[in-house]
Design a protein around this ligand. Structure first.
Ligand code: AMP
Ligand code: ZN
Length: 413
């Protein structure tokens, strides 16, 4: 059966085929580790996990790489403002290194509690400074980079089609944004973005810094994803994911840098973008402080799986509004579901042998796969699981089907 996946690059659902039949190369943009992981992150990474499990269910071997952003991500994506890690260190009264360590652990512990399969490679930006410098050197060689007194930039005017990547009118949007902020006067185009910040002016006291051919400084945020993706997965990959906020800046920049450096198009065949978890109509975010952590959920005595179950009821491309009432309803629903599975496990429950049992089991499996293979339609996949439970196939076959479906759903049924 074909696996259809919505590709933000072409703006349509496409049949997924990997570059190499042996292995799917998957890169999922990771966390900026300056504050707690919240349940908005939980949604994004659970849906990445559904994507990965669906690939595995379809028989693919997956190599999954994820970065940890521990330097270079500024409070404004317009390359201005404070470094998020330094901001976190001030808030927590810790060093930047301690902050990064603490929140990286907090992030992966939260992801474990949500039953998210760990990536094969977890890579920190600060462990890959050499690779980032090498990539910037390639960009200089290929004529895409230039430097000023303050920073090294990617010249977006040299990269054809930059302004319309993902169909966004990026250049127009950014000129508007940048008129209101203080920027480097020697930058050639408003949409040019920093590859390397020099430890001068605004950043003269930047805590994390390294030597480079352009002087002491630190990398810009976007370059880490291009260089680590290439290091662990090669110059071209199958799927790259991120939240919908990455459609306008981070991902166009990753494409420009990667394709500019290697000349190989496309950097990633598929781009998947997740809609946000929102609270009262606003994105749940660390910077706005309007978030709940997984620990908040646990403190209110909810099973983290109730949250996972709640996420699965909304398609990953649709915004989802979080309320405690919806989590409550989800917890009750999951409890009932688990009770039914427990009954089946003990060999009890209604067993009405139907003559065409094998056909029915196959029909359900096909229906379930049809749902997840249709751009990860998790709510339809769950509906199929309930159909199985209500059906007249024998208990042990119901149990086997539920366990099989749970390889994708990951609800620990
Ligand atoms: P950050 O640590 O802010 O870089 O976020 C890590 C990932 O989580 C990015 O791909 C974001 O788009 C995503 N993300 C952040 N906040 C939310 C949210 N409220 N809902 C869904 N995804 C989010
Ligand atoms: Zn990234």
């Amino acid at each position: 059966m074909d696996f259809l996946l919505y590709n933000s690059l072409t703006k349509k659902k496409e049949v997924f085929t990997p570059i190499s039949p042996k292995e799917v190369k998957l890169y999922t943009c990771g966390m900026t580790v300056y504050d707690y992981a919240h349940i908005g992150h939980g949604r994004k990474y659970v849906m990445d996990d559904i994507l990965k499990r669906t690939l595995i269910y379809n028989g693919y071997k997956v190599k999954h790489v994820q970065n940890v952003t521990d330097v270079g991500h500024l409070v404004s994506d317009a390359d201005t403002g404070q470094d998020k890690l330094e901001k976190g260190a001030q808030k927590q009264n810790k060093t930047v290194w301690e902050v990064a360590e603490f929140f990286t652990n907090n992030f992966y512990e939260s992801m474990d509690a949500l039953n998210i399969l760990r990536p094969d490679v977890i890579c920190r930006a600060t462990d890959h400074i050499k690779e980032q410098i090498e990539l910037i050197e390639k960009l200089f060689k290929n004529g895409y980079a230039y430097d000023t007194y303050e920073a090294v930039y990617f010249d977006t005017s040299k990269f054809e089609g930059y302004g319309s990547l993902f169909g966004q009118q990026i250049s127009e949007k950014r000129i508007g944004v940048r008129e209101r902020v203080k920027t480097d006067k020697n930058k050639r185009n408003p949409s040019d973005f920093a590859l390397w910040f020099k430890r001068v002016n605004h950043f003269k006291d930047h805590v994390m810094h390294w030597d480079s051919p352009w002087g002491d400084g630190f990398p810009g945020w976007h370059i880490e994803c291009s260089s680590m993706s290439m290091k662990y997965l090669g110059e071209q990959i199958d799927i790259h994911t991120g939240g919908e906020d990455h459609l306008s800046i981070h991902h166009p920049n990753e494409i420009a840098q990667s394709e500019g450096a290697t000349g190989k198009i496309p950097f990633s065949k598929f781009w998947v973008h997740h809609a946000f978890l929102i609270v009262n109509g606003t994105k749940m975010s660390k910077s706005l402080g309007n978030y709940f952590t997984l620990q908040d959920v646990i403190d209110k005595e909810y099973d983290p799986m109730a949250l996972r179950y709640l996420y699965l009821n909304t398609h990953y491309k649709k915004p989802m509004n979080f309320t405690w009432e919806s989590l409550d309803a989800s917890a009750k629903g999951l409890m009932r579901l688990k009770q039914q599975v427990e009954i089946l496990k003990n060999g009890k429950g209604r067993t009405i042998l139907s003559e065409d049992k094998e056909n029915k089991i196959e029909e359900f499996r096909t229906k379930f796969m049809g749902a997840i293979n249709d751009d990860l339609n998790t709510s339809k996949a769950l509906a199929t699981l309930f159909e199985v439970l209500k059906s007249n196939i024998p208990s042990e076959d119901k149990y086997d089907s539920v366990k099989s479906f749970d390889e994708v759903l990951g609800l620990n049924l």
